[in-house]
Design a protein. Sequence first.
Length: 201
Amino acid sequence: MSTGRWLEPVDRFVAASFAGDAGGLNLRHLRRTLHWLLELDPGADEALQIAALAHDLQRAFRDGEPAVRDGFLDPVFLRHHQERGGELVAGFLLREGADAPLAERVRTLVSRHEEGGSAEQDLLRDADSVSFFENNCDYFLRVLVPREGAAAVRAKFAWMYARIGSDRARQIARPWYGTALAPLSALETERCPCASPPPHS
């Protein structure tokens, strides 16, 4: 595996950007996305590795977010998240002296990491989903179900799994997806009034 000269500086930049993330979840997710990218494609080049490591950088820079967000899958927010993240990492690379073609390729990859598009964007999307199921489900269950509701979290889980295009990535993610659905179903039952036993007549 070749990492190139820019992966380590980008890792430091990403780590510094998420320094205020007390639980370290964002950084762990990003680094594990890089890990899964290389599991899926050991020959992934420097630009793709950087894109994996920095694809969610927008989450550390919330300026300019849409004022209203309609759930986790709001297309306006997702478009902003992807495009702003691409601009941020490309801007860092250019400021540090990276070649413009490398910065532009990283920007292009990150700018479509949610829905995919090209073969490389699809690969990045799949690695992102695998890392999500490995690392993020517990946070969604503990913190975001009470805040956003079980139905919204179930829809997010289903979308993150359904978008996976690679059979291998789907096979890797499937056990974690299944593990997350069991407590989610229990939480939905607890919050459903119709689950209460009928009163005695």
